[in-house]
Ligand binder design. Structure first.
Ligand SMILES: C[S@@+](CC[C@H](N)C(=O)[O-])C[C@H]1O[C@@H](n2cnc3c(N)ncnc32)[C@H](O)[C@@H]1O
Length: 193
């Protein structure tokens, strides 16, 4: 069973070593945004990546879906007046994203899939909200020894991420081991047919 995220570890999400390993610009770049998209940041945490995505969406919006109120409080503190009309906080542990079928252009999970890969309702919700051609972008810790992040035995690794995404009915367009795009993360990008 997947490990639940410990709310006591909220501040660790903003550890400079973590941000060095996974810069905000790398996450935004993988989304390939034009600036008018609807993006879901599933498991947004304290919003350290959400705000960077919102900044790249002058005509779009990002929904920050997060189960833990202690983390959404920290996220809300990051919403500047400039970002207020393009960043929507959705506090829910029910895996219900308030979008119609096919309304999202992108769904991104940053270090989240290893927490919820065994919640079919979460994965079904991702597939439901994506539009045809929309992208699911997964970044997660690789299952190799590294100086930051959870122990390798607690995460999934590239083969497992690929399998999960394929079972969701999505087509993998890009897959990278740690050391290719990012030092410690696997990256999988998949499109909805
Ligand atoms: C390791 S944190 C990553 C947070 C953020 N994506 C980041 O990279 O800074 C994982 C987050 O996923 C959230 N999460 C896990 N399962 C969830 C679910 N089913 N619905 C909403 N949030 C969930 C946790 O509460 C936690 O904030």
């Amino acid at each position: 069973m997947a490990d639940a995220f410990n709310p006591e570890h909220g501040k660790r999400l903003e550890d400079p070593a973590r941000l060095e390993a996974l810069p905000q610009a790398a996450v935004v770049g993988l989304l390939r945004l034009e600036g008018d998209e609807t993006v879901v940041d599933y498991g947004a945490g304290t919003g350290i990546y959400t705000v960077a995505v919102a900044a790249a969406l002058p005509q779009g919006r990002v929904l920050a879906v997060e189960a833990l109120s202690r983390l959404t409080e920290l996220l809300r503190e990051k919403i500047t007046p400039e970002l207020a009309d393009r960043l929507v906080v959705v506090e829910t542990g029910d895996n219900v994203v308030p979008l119609d079928d096919g309304e999202a252009d992108r769904v991104v999970m940053v270090d989240v899939l290893h927490h919820l890969y065994d919640q079919p309702e979460a994965l079904e919700e991702v597939a439901r909200v994506l539009r045809p051609g929309g992208l699911f972008v997964v970044l997660d810790w690789g299952d190799k020894e590294r100086p930051v992040g959870p122990p390798p035995g607690h995460v999934l690794g590239l083969a497992a991420v690929r399998e999960i995404v394929t079972e969701m009915g999505l087509g993998v367009t890009e897959a990278h081991e740690p050391g290719e795009l990012l030092p410690y993360h696997v990256v999988v990008v998949a499109a909805k047919p």
